[in-house]
Write a protein that binds this ligand. Structure first.
Ligand SMILES: [Zn+2]
Ligand SMILES: [Zn+2]
Length: 143
């Protein structure tokens, strides 16, 4: 695990943060609320001490959704990127790894909440790996 500060930002670039170093393993969360919040098969997460976290810009754009009692999911009100989540009574925050800029050093070590896993996603599947998106008929990859 790296000692370096982790930096992240939202899709539109308005919100930026700095945190870390990470305190726990990186993991893929398949819980239903993560799937819905991110519109994805799972959300990759990394924990950092709450005391190490600070917003660098765009805090006024932040919105929050309480997905379970006491758990706030914070996202950009302009572009919708989910950046951070946390339980109000815990001294750790959960970074949404997809919004981390650069290499945080950590690598995924675990899948959690697979009891909520999307039926269409097979954790053990070996899929073709493309450097860019699947080619469109008109040429060029989409993203
Ligand atoms: Zn944004
Ligand atoms: Zn989850």
């Amino acid at each position: 695990m790296s000692d370096a500060k982790i930096r992240g930002s939202c899709l539109c670039g308005a919100i930026r943060y700095e945190a870390g170093p990470a305190t726990g393993p990186m993991g893929h969360c398949h819980c239903e609320t993560c799937r819905k919040a991110h519109g994805a098969a799972f959300s990759t997460t990394l924990r950092v001490p709450r005391a190490s976290f600070r917003w660098l810009s765009g805090e006024e754009q932040l919105r929050s959704f309480e997905s379970s009692p006491g758990k706030q999911r914070r996202f950009c009100g302009r572009c919708g990127s989910h950046l951070v989540a946390g339980w109000e009574d815990q001294d750790q925050l959960i970074l949404r790894a997809g919004c981390i800029d650069g290499d945080p050093g950590a690598r995924p070590a675990v899948h959690i909440w697979t009891s909520h896993k999307a039926a269409w996603y097979d954790i053990d599947a070996e899929l073709p790996a493309l450097a860019e998106g699947a080619p469109r008929r008109s040429g060029g990859a989409s993203r």
